[in-house]
Design a protein around this ligand. Structure first.
Ligand code: FES
Ligand code: FE2
Length: 380
């Protein structure tokens, strides 16, 4: 184990305000690309609204392109998402007919004030860069120049043989608690102990864990050094209880390794490699809507070139993984994240090294938090 943590963090012990960037990002980190829905859904609906990092947006399918605009008309702040497409490539506000170009956001007409309306061309609505990748709609929320979308998506998802199964939900809770829950070392052993997903697996009592960084510095990975399947708790007895249907371990301690490594990366992405022959990887994005809710976007991804193997995974996903993992198992996480109070005092314990290292990683590596853009009104 790489460190033994005290009840508070080193910065707290020194009386410094810890995790400044982390705290400032309660409503989300601005300077990132976020996936918000599937491209298929937006193409089919043509129009959708989403709140992202505290800003309400309207998303539109404009021919083959996707567009994102602040969902507020600069005239009286009525949502543009209620408007009409009177002319291709534009949206017209439903109230007084101010009309905006979807790509630039510039006003092209104030229909109810005639073609020579003096305000025409003098106002605009903010637009946000949108890109489609791996079947998802990504929106850039930053004030700065967008980085390539590829910088904010795990590289392996772009492989030709990747098959990506997305599942998107809007849920309550803070995105940072959700990210920390994903990377949290010890909750699996308590919260998920009786989940159907682990019925026939041993869930250990506790693990000795270290946090490694990937060679490219992008991922933090939780690696099990020693796995204590059972242990004796003085005055209480052995825990967990042995169950005849669980595989019987040879001994109480085994070595873990990277086989089932859990990784986390900025801005809010979790990766869980499934063990052994399972041959797929689970991803989660906790996309910040605001400080009280987030988009919970889950991917099951497999890399198979054989059509037969792809079909077998398709079957397994729809008959098993979606229900038992993405609903059953993950609903336990969603429930507890929604009940984790925001900003309340905490006392940490040894397994929380995973959380400490994640916060440290965010502090040191997240692109600068730019709150000035939040809740910015429409206008030129
Ligand atoms: S509120 Fe949009 S045109 Fe008046
Ligand atoms: Fe969990």
């Amino acid at each position: 184990m790489s460190a033994v943590l005290q009840n508070n963090t080193p910065a707290e012990a020194e009386g410094r305000e810890p995790w400044e960037k982390y705290r400032a990002a309660a409503g989300g980190l601005d300077e990132y690309w976020y996936p918000v829905m599937t491209a298929a859904e937006l193409r089919q609906k043509k129009r959708a609204t989403v709140e992202l990092v505290g800003r309400k947006l309207v998303l539109l399918a404009d021919g083959a392109k996707f567009r994102a605009l602040l969902d507020a008309c600069p005239h009286r702040q009525v949502p543009l998402s209620l408007g009409k497409v009177e002319f291709p490539g534009t949206i017209t506000c439903m109230y007084h007919g101010w009309t905006f170009n979807l790509e630039s956001g510039r006003m092209v007409a104030a229909l109810t004030d005639g073609p020579d309306s003096p305000i025409n061309g003098k106002v605009g609505v903010r637009t946000y860069p949108v890109e489609e990748r791996i079947g998802l709609v990504f929106v850039w929320m930053g004030e700065g120049k967008p980085v390539p979308v590829e910088d904010d998506v795990p590289t392996e998802l772009f492989r030709e043989d990747a098959r990506v199964y997305p599942f998107v939900r809007t849920v309550g809770g803070n995105w940072r608690h959700a990210t920390e829950n994903g990377f949290d070392e010890s909750h699996v052993k308590m919260l998920h102990r009786y989940a159907a997903w682990v019925t026939f697996r041993n869930v250990s009592a506790w693990n000795e864990t270290s946090i490694d960084k990937s060679d490219d510095g992008v991922w933090l990975e939780r690696v099990q050094r020693n796995v204590h399947l059972f242990d004796d708790y003085p005055g209480l007895g052995s825990w967990p209880k042995k169950r005849f249907w669980k595989p019987e371990p040879n001994k109480g301690v085994t070595t873990g390794g990277k086989d089932h490594a859990v990784g986390v990366r900025l801005p809010c992405i979790l990766r869980v490699r499934q063990p052994g022959k399972a041959d797929w990887t689970h991803y989660e994005w906790y996309v910040p809507i605001n400080k009280d809710s987030y988009i919970y976007l889950v991917l099951a991804v497999t890399w198979r070139s054989s059509p037969w193997k792809r079909f077998m995974f398709w079957m397994r996903y729809w008959t098993y993984i979606l229900w038992v993992h993405h609903y059953g198992f993950n609903n336990q996480d969603l429930g507890v994240v929604a009940k984790t109070p925001e900003g309340a005092p905490v006392r940490l314990f040894r397994p929380d090294i995973s959380i400490i290292e994640w916060r440290r990683h965010l502090e040191q590596n997240a692109r600068p938090v730019n709150r000035s853009g939040n809740n910015k009104g429409a206008g030129a």
